[in-house]
Design a protein around this ligand. Structure first.
Ligand code: FAD
Length: 467
């Protein structure tokens, strides 16, 4: 078997692995990256990017439909239709452009990319079964081994994927729109995709075991999302557990918290109950690394319990977000090159691309109180923001959380149309240790949704101007 040698050997070409590879190569480190499927990982192929593409297309179609009715804007269209196959082709085109771009960047930086599935032999050695025709198995040895194998979707016991039961991956490439879709799981993936299918015309019911949607976000933030889902005609069943399919295989059996059983007819069932680190099937057990629950345990430099074996991204557990994986990858490359780095972000913003969108960065009021901080909190509603009115998007608000003693901002939250873009301002202010006065004293361009950020800070200081 051919044996290759390198300095940094990376398993997995998702946002964690490919960013680590590019940065390492920039720093002059000989780098080999092994990817069994497609460069770009979950994020570019079956996650962040395709889901946002479909969210955009479904919203455009929904708007067109809206203009068939009584339009306040004075726009009237006679009819609207959608060719889902064409929509999926458009989405696939974006994915291909981005994954091709990653390949080109890796090549440009001199990263050696091996297409195949890696199997760990020991802490420095990996065997690869190439998935390119006629290529021979090979062994690669690296001084450093970086594990970036990501995560896989969780299935429901007794309801394996297949037939009518689909995962987010299949939901992102529909060949047609089902008449009735049941979504199991009211987290961000379930709600994003549930909204897409509702806007495309399906009857959608979301079943969530807990007593509210988006259980990881506070109630005030989730309220505008729940209201909008109701307006869209999406059914929500809270506090209900899915038992499995009925005997005929055409309905989902559900039990509520009082023990009452019912059936929900379903042409398709999207199971979106979460993701787990990909720890099986590639020889990880050979290394006997320390685990933390189902994830690989790492320290604040992404070192595992074995010397020169590193891990990043979803494999290391929550928060499973692409930007966290990328930041960790970049850091590991820099540490290996001799720089002093630690993973200690002031905040990792999280966004739900629901309708309206939700964004959180840093501490919520409840989390700040739990951490023993005495905080001031202030909201600024989009109903008082001119730009929001021009966008017909006055639902929602921006909220700031700051320490009462020195006004240092410890958290931001927002819900509203397009608020994902405010995550940049939120992260900047938290990372730079801004105080309420810094944000209140910064001139924000008018008319923008961002003015609500400044007004929230002003309101926390007791002198909001526009409310
Ligand atoms: P991955 O992206 O999972 O990449 C791991 C790669 O390793 C894969 O390409 C895999 O093929 C490869 N691999 C695994 N094992 C081997 C092996 N043995 N040999 C060779 N290759 C191997 N995050 C956000 O931040 N924002 C969002 O809006 C967002 N939306 C999402 C929507 C959906 C529907 C889903 C499913 C996820 C979403 N995520 C989002 C999560 C995001 O995709 C992940 O957090 C991110 O992709 C993790 O990056 P990673 O590099 O750790 O792993």
């Amino acid at each position: 078997m051919e044996i290759q040698h390198t300095t940094l050997l990376i398993i997995g070409g998702g946002p964690g692995g490919y960013v680590a590879a590019i940065r390492a190569a920039q720093l002059g480190i000989a780098t080999t990256l092994v990817e069994g499927d497609t460069l770009g990982g979950t994020c570019l192929n079956i996650g962040c990017i395709p889901s946002k593409a479909l969210i955009h297309a479904a919203e455009a179609y929904h708007q067109a439909h809206h203009f068939m009715g009584d339009s306040t804007l004075g726009i009237q269209v006679q009819s609207a239709s959608i060719d889902v196959t064409k929509t999926v082709l458009w989405k696939d085109g974006i994915v291909a452009r981005l994954t091709g771009g990653v390949g080109a960047l890796l090549k440009k930086h001199g990263v050696k990319v091996i297409k195949g599935w890696a199997q760990i032999v020991d802490g420095k050695t990996v065997d690869v079964t190439p998935n390119v025709p006629d290529a021979q198995p090979l062994r690669i040895q690296g001084e450093h081994l970086l594990l970036a194998t990501g995560s896989v979707e969780l299935g429901l016991p007794g309801m394996p994927f297949g037939g009518r039961v689909i995962s987010s991956t299949q939901a992102l490439s529909p060949t047609s729109v089902p008449k009735k879709l049941v979504v199991v799981g009211g987290g961000y993936i379930g709600l994003e995709l549930g909204t897409v299918y509702r806007k495309l015309g399906a009857d959608v019911t979301v079943v969530e075991a807990q007593d509210r949607l988006l259980p990881l976000y506070d109630e005030e933030l989730v309220k505008p999302v729940a209201t909008s889902l109701r307006k869209l005609g999406l059914q929500v069943q809270l506090g209900c557990k899915v038992q499995g399919m009925n005997a005929a295989g055409d309905a989902v059996r559900v039990i509520d918290s009082a023990g009452r059983e019912s059936e929900l007819a379903a042409d398709q069932v999207l199971v979106a109950i979460g993701r787990v680190p990909r720890t099986h099937g590639w020889g990880l057990e050979q290394l006997m690394l320390t685990m933390q629950g189902r994830a690989l345990k790492v320290d604040d430099q992404c070192r595992t319990s074995m010397r020169n074996v590193w891990a990043i991204g979803d494999l290391t557990g929550e928060p499973m977000l692409a930007h966290r994986a990328m930041a960790q990858g970049e850091m590991v490359a820099e540490i290996i090159s001799g720089k002093r780095r630690h993973f200690a972000p002031a905040a990792i913003a999280a966004v739900c691309f629901t309708d309206p969108e939700v964004v959180v960065a840093g501490l919520s009021p409840a989390e700040a109180a739990k951490a023993g901080l005495d905080c001031i909190t202030a909201n600024f509603p989009f109903a008082a923001n001119g730009r929001a009115m021009t966008l017909e998007a006055t639902d929602g608000f921006v909220r700031v959380v700051a320490r009462r003693d020195n006004h240092r901002i410890v958290g931001w939250q927002a819900v509203g149309a397009g608020v994902s873009e405010l995550s940049t301002a939120f992260s900047h202010s938290l990372e730079m240790g801004a105080c309420l006065e810094d944000v209140a004293g910064t001139i924000h361009a008018h008319p923008t949704l961002g003015e609500a950020v400044q007004e929230a800070a002003l309101r926390a200081l007791g002198h909001a101007l526009h409310i």
